[in-house]
Write a protein that binds this ligand. Sequence first.
Ligand code: DX5
Ligand code: ZN
Length: 218
Amino acid sequence: MKTKALIAPSILSADFSKMREELASIKNSGADWVHVDVMDGHFVPNLTFGPPVIKMFRQHSDMIFDVHLMIEEPERWIDAYKEAGANRLTFHIEACKHAHRYLTAIREKGMASGITLNPQTSLTEVEYILEECDQVLLMSVNPGFGGQKFIEPVLEKIKNLRKMIDCKGLKTQIQVDGGINLENSQRIYEAGADILVMGSAFFKASDKKSLVDKIHSL
Ligand code: DX5
Ligand code: ZN
């Protein structure tokens, strides 16, 4: 039987000037993890924040920090994100030459390991390193910005990844990120996703707790 869907609100859509309250609103909603989007202005055409700022967010939340690195040379920063308070660390396969090595290094530091694929990147890129992945994050928008539209063919990619993971008898979780809202969440979950990242739809919701309850009962 499929486990219930988890929801990881993305603070990219939060009001950065009152992050303490925004983090409290995530906690009070009953959501599962906090999704933290790190952008370097090179790998993606946008900039957010890095370890020192995440360390400050950490002071205001005891939730799981699920850090999504959209940066070049992610391997240089594993220790820094661990120290900043990351519990889960995911990097882009398109930004890394030795993914197997860095997945292993992330686990050795006591964090959950994740790899992420842009919408056009084939699943064969992760097929032979799945054992090292606690999660695979499938991007369902082009990374860089919140509020974009879900790319529909990613649904088939989720189904294929589910088959690949089940076939190998692994526990790797599938996370999907970009353009997710209450309307399309059912289809994404049924395709095989375990964790739904939600930015704009979460922060726009007037009743966040009811949104989270609905995701939990998909
Ligand atoms: C996009 C980020 C997402 C973003 C999702 O590059 O990785 O996590 O915050 O935002 P929505 O849910 O608005 O598409
Ligand atoms: Zn993200």
